[in-house]
Design a protein around this ligand. Structure first.
Ligand code: NDP
Length: 332
């Protein structure tokens, strides 16, 4: 198996010298196990967020779509494709158990017709379920509400914004490139786009949402979040999903974002959070709903695919810097 191992703990933006790509012999499978060959590897923000929980020499985290090539488990027949959090490696041994960081047991991809299997890492997988359960369980959007999402050109953000459109909301997406902005407004139907790198977010938001924001889905954290929280409506809701603007900050200093207690108190804003791994028991519910929306033409997706397993690390760093539109994927 080809395997990416952590060489040095990441500091700031991860560097190529922080990882090793090595070859490893995979042991024979035991009763209850299966052997799977990676087809697509996912590069996700949580890999950066959780890296300090592993040690040099450990395999780097990562989910993948893999084909079962050998099996001693009746739950995992040879030839089926599974999604597993096996790490960045080309051959993996799996079994029917929740993985050590809490991901669901390897799940066999249901029949998705002619759609690409890579979608099981994006719109029909963990990010898609984050958008689905984030909306249904936390945001609970109502028709006519003003919905703001950051990271709007990425996997979760582009998806949850479309669900908000399906619920009849006015949707404002914030992201870091005009190309992302064109995609979400022209193809996905978002009402407005704000480029946080080139425009004044507070001013633009006040223009697009003059009466304030009903619900804010936060993928980014930091200063942009505070800016948006200052423009919530009375009894507005915030759904915290992630804080990618802080993941490379391991200086030990607390990020200096404007205080949010005052606007939260004055507007009686409610803050909630989505943690998709809390919905393991309902995993296929989200996937089936997202699949149905895709089939009905109500949910669109995009992938940024990097070819070659050996380019996984580069694809990861590019994603952290905004290089992806939609879901960042590596085709092995
Ligand atoms: P994306 O596809 O959105 O990719 C990450 C994007 O983050 C980049 O493309 C970049 O886009 C943006 N970004 C990077 N740095 C910054 C920054 N400093 N400020 C603003 N934006 C930045 O990733 P995902 O959709 O997979 O994840 C989005 C968020 O959701 C992350 O915070 C992730 O941790 C979180 N998440 C949470 C889950 C949960 O259960 N709570 C589950 C899955 C994801 P741009 O060009 O706009 O800068």
């Amino acid at each position: 198996s080809k395997v990416f191992k952590l060489k040095n703990q990441f500091h700031g933006l991860p560097k190529e010298a922080d990882v090793n790509l090595i070859e490893e012999i995979v042991p024979a499978i035991k009763e209850g196990e299966f052997l799977a060959e990676a087809v697509y590897v996912s590069v996700d923000p949580y890999v950066r967020g959780l890296i300090s929980t592993i040690n040099p020499g450990d395999t780097i985290f990562g989910s993948q779509v893999a084909r079962i090539i050998e099996s001693k488990s009746k739950d995992y027949p040879v030839g089926k494709h599974v999604v597993g959090e096996f790490g960045w490696q080309t051959l993996s041994i799996g079994k029917n158990e929740i993985n050590k960081i809490g991901f669901p047991a390897p799940w066999i991809i249901p029949d998705i017709g002619n759609l690409p299997l890579s979608l099981a890492l994006g719109v029909l997988g963990m990010p898609g379920n984050t958008a689905y359960f984030g909306e249904t369980e936390v945001c609970k959007l109502k028709e006519g509400e003003v919905f703001v999402v950051t990271g709007a050109g990425g996997a979760v953000g582009s998806h949850v914004g479309q669900i908000a459109k399906l619920k009849g909301c006015k949707v404002i997406g914030i992201a870091g490139s005009d190309e992302k902005g064109r995609w979400i407004t022209k193809d996905l139907g978002f009402d407005h786009f704000i480029n946080y790198k080139t425009s004044n977010v507070a001013e633009k938001l006040a223009e697009y949402a003059p009466d304030g924001v009903d619900c804010f889905f936060d993928n980014v954290g930091g200063e942009i979040s505070s800016t948006i929280i200052y423009q919530m409506k009375k009894f507005g809701r915030v759904c915290i999903c992630g804080s990618i603007s802080t993941y490379n900050n391991d200086s030990g200093d607390l990020p200096k974002a404007p205080e949010i207690q005052t606007p939260i108190k004055m507007k009686c804003v409610t803050m909630g959070a989505i943690r998709v791994l809390d919905y393991k028991d309902r995993w296929l519910e989200g996937i089936n709903q997202n699949l149905q929306w895709i089939k009905e033409g109500k949910l669109k997706y995009r992938e940024t695919i990097t070819n070659g397993f050996e380019n996984t690390f580069n694809a990861f760093v590019s994603m952290l810097q905004g290089g992806n539109i939609g879901k960042a994927i590596v085709k092995v």
